[in-house]
Every structure is written in structure tokens, then in C-alpha cells.
Design a protein around this ligand. Sequence first.
Ligand code: MN
Length: 187
Amino acid sequence: MATHELAAYRNKRRYAASGEPRGVQRRSKGSLKFVVQKHSSAHLHYDFRLEADGVLKSWAIPKGPSLDPSQQRLAIRVEDHPYDYRNFEGTIPEGHYGAGDVIVWDRGSYRQVPDGSEEAVLKGLRKGALSIELNGKRLRGLFSLVRLKPSRQWLLTKTRDAYASTRDITRISTSVRSGKRLRIRQR
Ligand code: MN
């Protein structure tokens, strides 16, 4: 059963020119990985991606993730991205889908709570309710992802724990991978 939809990803892109990975299904050795890319395209947003089933399950978060449990952040489910996309940063040229600059804003490992298995992640995605623990540089601790049925809209919310904070981490625009600063487009 093909639960991923890399076809949708591929149909939108011309890799040779955009610089983005074509990619295939692939699984991390060890813990499942997550990445958040900050993407300055027509609208600044954050791409939140969780590895599962050999691909990156993906959401676009217009306002970005928050460490404040009182802040529910709209997360729009988008097409699965290839596993190799987790390291992508650079400039998607004008005329291409998502034209603009991308940085790796955060990355690390994650686990489903309480079970910890990949199967439980996939089950949560189908059900529309997932509790996860992120072990990144900027995002740490427990978060919930809940789907507003029936739609592609989900809410990402920090769960109250030792990592909860009212500090606005979306003010940060440097890459955890390269240290590069994201150029915010003038519009
Ligand atoms: Mn994006």
C-alpha cells in the first residue's frame, strides 16, 4: 500500500533547475528524524516535516511553531517530501514552485508518545491526532498535532512541560545546519 505521495511532489518540480532533491523513499538508521525549514517564498512560512514511511510527512505553518502552550499554530498538510529533502537549503529560483530562500531552521530526532514506534506515527496521522516528543535545537519536548476534520488543516501546539516558554523563537532566522541567515523577501 502506497501511503506516501511523492508523485505529487515530483509533478510540481523540475529538479535539475530548482536544485531540490528528487529523492526516493528511505529510512533513517536509528531514531526517526524531523526538520523545520524556514522558507521565504511568496509568503514566509515554516515547513514542518516528520519522517515516517520512508518519506517526510509535511505541513506548512504560516506563523511558525511556538513553545507557548497557549498558542495553537495552524499547520496545513502538504504533499509528502522525499527523505533527502531534510538537508535542503538554498534558493529555489524564480519561476519555480516555492521560489525563494530556504534554511534548515531546526532538526533532530522525534518519537511518538507514548508508544515510540513508527507504526504508531502512521496510525496517528490516519486518525488525525498525534503526540510527539521533539529533540531538536530550538524545538524540544512534547507537542500535539491534531487535524481539524475534514480538511488538510491541523493545529500544532506545545504541550506544557519543562521546555514550554513564551519566548518567540520565530524571531530566529539562522540555519542550524550552516549558520546562514535567511534573506526575507521584500514584497
Ligand atoms: Mn515551503
